[in-house]
Design a protein around this ligand. Structure first.
Ligand SMILES: NC(=O)c1ccc[n+]([C@@H]2O[C@H](COP(=O)([O-])OP(=O)(O)OC[C@H]3O[C@@H](n4cnc5c(N)ncnc54)[C@H](OP(=O)(O)O)[C@@H]3O)[C@@H](O)[C@H]2O)c1
Length: 248
């Protein structure tokens, strides 16, 4: 049973096999979009996400594509268009974080964050712009850490998410004449494998938040669905927090 809000739309979500991305895929599919999603390593989880969407009456198609590889990201966009006949919604969700001081990070870890979190989003946007038309939507998944990094060890991760916020602002000007919006969702702590609500860092994060809990992938998925839908047409270039007051 789908809500029909995004009926007739097609979407590509990067990094949809687990966590926040899986929540986004589930919600877009439940709202009637045909959804393709990428993953790099988690074959079983990717299959489960696709199966769950189908069981709920929706469509989600897994594409093995590593965001570290430019050709993979371009192929994922082309594959989505081939399979569904077009592309209306791009969600740049794939992201990684290594958290330690700048001198303890290796340059490989820094390059991986820059490539997956920033460069692959640029590649996906460039490839998608051939296909996105009037009413098109680009949604980046940034982080509240772009605005507030209250602990040591997150400088490069925060910088990559700040880059997404700047990219979003700049591109809004280029895309508005084409009827395409671009926005940047900035989650606070969301319960995922990367940041479990019962993990060792959880109590430190909760201590700087207004709420006493982590968010869920489903809550971020609902926010993405709103920004992907027709009611958000006047929102573009924005970084929008869903963070339990982390940035308050
Ligand atoms: N969780 C939080 O508290 C939080 C807060 C703010 C922002 N975010 C952002 O939300 C996004 C998702 O985070 P998450 O917590 O859901 O992380 P996660 O649980 O680690 O899941 C990451 C997802 O991205 C995929 N991915 C990672 N590297 C990839 C690559 N090279 N190519 C393709 N896919 C790749 C993973 O697929 P495979 O398993 O197949 O590799 C997985 O589906 C990230 O951009 C993150 O920065 C998360």
């Amino acid at each position: 049973m789908t809500t029909g809000l995004l009926e007739g739309k097609t979407a590509l979500v990067t990094g949809g096999s687990r966590g926040v991305g899986a929540g986004i895929v589930a919600r877009l599919a439940a709202d009637g979009a045909k959804v393709a999603f990428t993953y790099a390593n988690s074959d079983k989880s990717a299959a489960s996400v696709a199966d769950a969407a189908a069981a709920a009456g929706g469509t989600a198609h897994a594409i093995h594509a590593d965001s570290l590889r430019e050709q993979d990201v371009e192929r994922a966009v082309a594959h989505t268009v081939d399979r569904f006949g077009g592309l209306d919604i791009l969600v740049n969700n794939a992201g990684v974080g290594s958290f330690t001081t700048i001198t303890d990070l290796t340059m490989d870890e820094i390059d991986t964050m820059l490539t997956v979190n920033v460069r692959s989003a640029i590649v996906a946007i460039r490839a998608s712009l051939t296909h996105l038309g009037d009413g098109g939507r680009i949604i980046n998944i940034g982080s509240i850490n772009a605005d507030r990094m209250p602990f040591p060890g997150g400088s490069i991760y925060a910088m990559t998410k700040g880059a997404l916020a700047s990219l979003t602002r700049g591109l809004a000007r280029e895309l508005a004449p084409r009827g395409i919006t671009i926005n940047n969702i900035q989650p606070g702590p969301v319960d995922t494998d990367a940041n479990p609500a019962d993990g060792p860092a959880a109590s430190t994060m909760l201590s700087v938040m207004a709420t006493d809990r982590f968010g869920t992938a489903a809550e971020v998925g609902a926010f993405v669905s709103y920004l992907a839908g027709p009611d958000s047409a006047y929102i573009t270039g924005s970084s929008l927090n869903i963070d339990g007051g982390f940035g308050a």
